[in-house]
Structures are given as structure tokens and as C-alpha cells.
Design a protein around this ligand. Structure first.
Ligand code: URA
Length: 478
């Protein structure tokens, strides 16, 4: 009996070539055995050579090829033989696939459905953890055990979605690596190769607990959509039993409570028109007022699509204030400024300039994340002048409370807000610019601009200038 040895568990091209040759040579399905390189050598004995292509050519319905392409990824050993039996039968039963009651058709369709479902679950439940190498390079690494062998076919989805991230998805079947340019597939890994925790997970858990709505809890639907086998992989999973246990109590409490309204002192300034309010930033008496006011802010529409407002953070009377553009995706989820990739770049530059981050007050010109959806991603959108002007009210409040000696505007949007007019960054760097509130202004590049520069030499030059600008501002503030 010929034993066909394929090069891997997902060797569709090999299966196709062998199946065509076997059918052309009239080798019946019950006379063939299928195996894979490295699997069960003893059991199957010596495999014969791959049948040479030849014999009469034939065509098969396109639907069958598409079905087989999926079925081959199923973990059941029976799949190669099942597909060859169907190919064999198609010669005499060209409408086989339309026979929904046929056991082979039923089984193959069910295999294909399970494979599609496994790919869907992988897209939903892969969770990356941040790994920083000694040279500072960041890679997001995920460990995942897919129900079927869908890693390679699902990898392009992740490459498209996380195009600008270096990432690796490790699975027992195969590992895929994306370096922002190309996908590489390597042999499977061990769970011990995967990192277990990172700081992003705390943000993710906080976000998950915040969006978990006890009033809409449907435990059965949740279990069906997120089967237990994937929980091990999900940072938020450990919260689920407690959130479910507390849901009933939380719902009863929510229903019995009167609707809450922000206090008048906070809501009044937030409701004012930007123009009228700019003169009254001094009405807030503490940074905590600002923080709570930002959450209630409706001065422009950006609050609608943001998770939360992100106010500035740092010492109440810092000598140095650093102003960015607006929170990014990670800042929006975490509720803190500059914690994502731009924040890491800023931290590194501050350290090189000899400034401890916790000595500076770090904030943004705009307090809500402006973005547009692109698939499941949220792409940053630059705030317009109206939004910057509306939000300037909050920055002015922070300025009048903190009273920094020096304010560094990082990038054009920050400069527009801090100086109230457009400023050419390249021409105005390394100068102490007078501001009306007794502070001196310094302009420099935005850290995201440095991250985006494609050319390594240009990036290094701009980064050195950025560090020099921060050091200049720090000296001025001394
Ligand atoms: N970019 C900004 O301007 N601010 C942040 O907080 C993060 C990214």
C-alpha cells in the first residue's frame, strides 16, 4: 500500500501533487496511507517516493480546492485521506459537494468550519506582551495555542493590523515574526519561550473592568464566545469570575441610584463656549479639579470617541512643563499622558538630558484622543485649530496652577496651543521665547515625529537635537 509522506502538517501543495498523481494512476483511496515528515515513522514503515506527476489531466471544482485548502489545517489525522476519497469520488460524482447529507461532505464541511472558527478566535484572543531588548528594541510577543493549524494563514491579518510594530506570535505549531516589513515563519516554540506579564496588561485590565457592563452580562453567551481554553492567554480573564460574581450587586445598586451629574463648579466651565471660557481658566483651584473637569468636558466633540480625557501629570509646582499634542491610543486607554511609544522615546531623551521625568509636569495641548477607525485599529488624527483652541482652556488652567518657569512645546500643535499662534519649530529651537504668564517658552520636535522618521541618520540627528532642546530648557528652568 503506498504511503505518501508530506513535508509538513500543512503541506497543501504536496497533498495536491500526490493526490493528482494517485488519482491519475487509479490508486483507490483505501489503498493509500498518508503521513507527515517526522511523524510515526515506525508505524507507517518506509514511505514511498512522492508519486510523480503524470497521467491524464483532470479538473476539479474550485469549491473543492477552497474547501481542501481549509480542511488541511484541521488537526484530525484523517483529513488527508478524507480529502483524497472526495477527490476520487468527484471523478464519478461531479456534484458530490452539493450532497449535504453525504457523510464525507458533512465531515469536510465541519472540519472547514472548525478551522475558520479557530482563525477567528486567534484574531480575537492573541494578546501581545512588550519585550524590550538590551539595545532598547521593542517587540510585542504573544503565546497562543490555536485549536487548528491556522497560524500561517492568520498571520497576514496581524501584519496588516499591527504594521508598525515588531511582533512575534509563538505557537506549538509554528512561530511567525513581523519586523514591519516581512513575515517570517519558523518552527513551533515552547510556552517557556513566551513572556508572562508586562505593564500594558495592567492598563488593559483597568480598561476591561471599566467597560464591563454588569447590566448587560450574559454568562452563557460570554462563555461561548470566549471559551475557557483561551482564558489562560487573556490578561483580563482573571477578572471575569469576580466581575460576574459582583455583577448582580452592581446592577441592583446602579438601578437604585439616582442619576449622577457633575458638580456645577466643574460642569459650568466645561459647558462654556471656548472663547468665553479662555479668560476664566483660573476658576479651577487645583489640578484635581482640572482632572475631573477634563472628564466632564464637552467643549468640543472629541470626547465622544475617546475612552476618557487625559489631563497632565507631575509635581504641582514643577519648574518645567512639557506639552505634547494629544493622548495616543495607549494614553487614551491608560488615562495617563505619554505612556505609549512616544512616551518611551520621551523618557529616554529626558534621561539623556539629565532630567528625571517625575520632576516635570507632562501634559498635552488636547486632552482627548482624536482618531479614525481603520479596521479594528484607531489611527491618530491631528486635532484642528478649533479643537486646539477649545482645549487650550484646560492647558491654561494647568499653566496657571503649576506656574512652571519653562514650558516646552513639543511639535506644531503644542506650539500653537502654548503660544496661541503657529510657530516654525526648526527655526525657533534653542531659543527662550517670552510667554505672557512669566514663563519662558521653548519649542522642539514631537517624539512621535522622531519615531516616524524613516532614515536612521536623520532620526539620530533629530533625536540629538531633541535631547539638546530638553537640556536647554532644563538649564533655563534651573
Ligand atoms: N503623543 C502626545 O502628544 N501625547 C501623548 O500623551 C502621547 C503621544
Amino acid at each position: 500500500m503506498p504511503t505518501i509522506r508530506l513535508s509538513s502538517e500543512t503541506d497543501f501543495a504536496g497533498w495536491r501533487q500526490a493526490a493528482r498523481a494517485l488519482r491519475a494512476s487509479q490508486v483507490a483511496p483505501e489503498e493509500t496511507l498518508w503521513t507527515v515528515d517526522g511523524a510515526g515513522g515506525d508505524l507507517f514503515g518506509e514511505a514511498g517516493p512522492m508519486p510523480a506527476p503524470g497521467g491524464p489531466t483532470f479538473t476539479v471544482p474550485r469549491d473543492f480546492v477552497e474547501l481542501a485548502d481549509k480542511v488541511i489545517l484541521h488537526r484530525c489525522d484523517e483529513r488527508f485521506g478524507l480529502l483524497y476519497r472526495m477527490l476520487w469520488r468527484l471523478a464519478r460524482e461531479p456534484h458530490l459537494l452539493a450532497l449535504h447529507s453525504d457523510p464525507d461532505v458533512q465531515k469536510a464541511s465541519q472540519f472547514a468550519r472548525s478551522v475558520s472558527q479557530a482563525a477567528h478566535k486567534m484574531k480575537a484572543f492573541v494578546r501581545f506582551r512588550l519585550v524590550t531588548a538590551e539595545d532598547g528594541e521593542e517587540t510585542f510577543v504573544a503565546w497562543f495555542v490555536p485549536a487548528h493549524r491556522v497560524v500561517e494563514t492568520t498571520a497576514p491579518f496581524f501584519a496588516k493590523r499591527f504594521a508598525s510594530m515588531n511582533f512575534s506570535i509563538l505557537t506549538p505549531d509554528a512561530c511567525v515574526h513581523w519586523d514591519t516589513k516581512a513575515l517570517a515563519v519558523l518552527p513551533g516554540a515552547d510556552p517557556a519561550d513566551a513572556p508572562t506579564e508586562d505593564r500594558l496588561e495592567d492598563y488593559w485590565r483597568t480598561y476591561y473592568a471599566a467597560i464591563f457592563n454588569p447590566a448587560r452580562l450574559k454568562v452563557d453567551a460570554m462563555r461561548k464566545e470566549m471559551p475557557r481554553r483561551y482564558w489562560r492567554n487573556l490578561p483580563e480573564a482573571r477578572l471575569i469570575p469576580e466581575l460576574i460574581a459582583r455583577a448582580e450587586h452592581r446592577t441592583t445598586t446602579m438601578v437604585s441610584q439616582a442619576p449622577s451629574t457633575p458638580s456645577r463648579r466643574l460642569a459650568r466651565p466645561a459647558e462654556r463656549t471656548p472663547r468665553a471660557a479662555t479668560t476664566n481658566a483660573g476658576e479651577l483651584s487645583s489640578l484635581e479639579d482640572v482632572r475631573r473637569g477634563v472628564q466632564a468636558c464637552r467643549r468640543c466633540d472629541l470626547y465622544r470617541d475617546a475612552t476618557q480625557g487625559v489631563a497632565g501629570e507631575g509635581p504641582a509646582h514643577a519648574r518645567l512643563m512639557l506639552v505634547g499634542e494629544q493622548p495616543g491610543d495607549q494614553e487614551d486607554l491608560a488615562g495617563h499622558p505619554f505612556v505609549g511609544p512616544a512616551g518611551q522615546m520621551l523618557d529616554k531623551a529626558l534621561a539623556e538630558a539629565g532630567i528625571a521625568r517625575d520632576q516635570a509636569f507632562v501634559t498635552n495641548a488636547v486632552k482627548h484622543f482624536k482618531h479614525e477607525p481603520r479596521g479594528k485599529r484607531r489611527l491618530h488624527k491631528t486635532p484642528n485649530t478649533g479643537e486646539v483652541t477649545a482645549c487650550r482652556w484646560w492647558l491654561d488652567a494647568e499653566r496657571s496652577l503649576v506656574r512652571p518657569r519653562v514650558i516646552v512645546a513639543m511639535g506644531a500643535t503644542a506650539a500653537l496651543s502654548v503660544f496661541g499662534k503657529p510657530v516654525a519649530i526648526g527655526k525657533s529651537r534653542q531659543q527662550a521665547l517670552q510667554l505672557p504668564d512669566q514663563a519662558q517658552g521653548v519649542v522642539t520636535y514631537h517624539p512621535s515625529y522622531l519615531l516616524r522618521l524613516p532614515d536612521a541618520a536623520a532620526k539620530a540627528k533629530a533625536y540629538a537635537a531633541f535631547v539638546a532642546d530638553l537640556a536647554f530648557a532644563w538649564k533655563l528652568a534651573a
